[in-house]
Write a protein that binds this ligand. Structure first.
Ligand SMILES: C[S@@+](CC[C@H](N)C(=O)[O-])C[C@H]1O[C@@H](n2cnc3c(N)ncnc32)[C@H](O)[C@@H]1O
Length: 227
């Protein structure tokens, strides 16, 4: 149990929190996990949510068409969505602030036979230079950042075409459980109304093309305005 240090930045809190269970985060996609609390959360919540949101992202990427395109996966975690994008024909750069997540991503790309189309690097997406890309993914990341405006501005500036944003929230009781976990583990969650997120992205010359709300996650797709 650890309560959030008042002086700890959201980047440091994310690095510490996700760094403490990278392997078990990866196991969520299969409903496993070594630590009993993670196994329980993975089986009860994360596995189904991750499957559903990955399918939603797959549909968006397939509709857009990835052949010959570049994808930037910001906060790529253990790399499942990056590997999916590479399998759909893209060249992918995945960035994460936790080194073991990057190691898992590389191993996943190797196992899927897409290592030659992926590059994974340890980087802080709030401060590192971001490579320009046709498609940018922010899956399961925005709710950890109070300075959402900065994070979205950086993601938009890096994106020539499609921007996909997914956060994990769900109904009130589920958000309350997640807040309980955040208090226990010492990080913050900042849930924003979908309209607020969309408004910030629209200000950067994007149109919203898809929105899925009312699930265990909220998902949005935006395309850069051309004229
Ligand atoms: C909930 S996980 C989502 C992982 C992945 N996108 C997915 O869909 O499974 C959030 C990830 O964002 C990463 N992250 C959080 N803040 C970051 C930052 N400032 N720079 C890079 N990665 C960050 C964490 O380390 C973690 O791996």
């Amino acid at each position: 149990m650890r309560f959030k240090d008042s002086g700890e930045s959201d980047v440091d809190a994310s690095r510490r929190y996700f760094g403490s269970f990278a392997g078990d985060y990866h196991e969520a996609f299969k409903g496993g996990g070594e630590q009993p609390l993670h196994r329980l959360i993975n089986r009860a919540f994360r596995q189904k949510t991750f499957q559903l949101r990955t399918e939603w992202v797959r549909t968006m990427l397939t509709q857009y068409g990835l052949a010959g395109k570049t994808v930037l996966d910001l906060g790529c975690g253990s790399g499942e969505v990056s590997v999916l994008a590479a399998s759909l024909g893209a060249r992918v750069v995945g960035l994460d602030v936790v080194e073991p997540m990057i190691a898992l991503s590389r191993a996943g790309a190797d196992a899927a036979g897409v290592a030659d189309r992926t590059e994974f690097r340890v980087a802080d997406i709030m401060s590192a230079p971001l490579p320009s890309s046709d498609v940018t993914l922010l899956v399961g990341v925005i709710e950890y950042y109070q300075d959402l405006e900065r994070l979205l501005a950086r993601a938009c500036d890096a994106t020539r075409g499609l921007l996909i944003i997914v956060d994990t929230r769900g109904p009130f009781w589920r958000r309350a459980l997640r807040h309980g976990l955040a208090v226990m583990k010492g990080f913050h969650l900042y849930y924003r109304p979908a309209d607020e997120v969309a408004g910030l992205v629209r200000r950067k010359a994007f149109e919203q093309t898809e929105r899925l709300v009312g699930h265990s996650f909220t998902a949005m797709a935006f395309e850069r305005r051309t004229a």
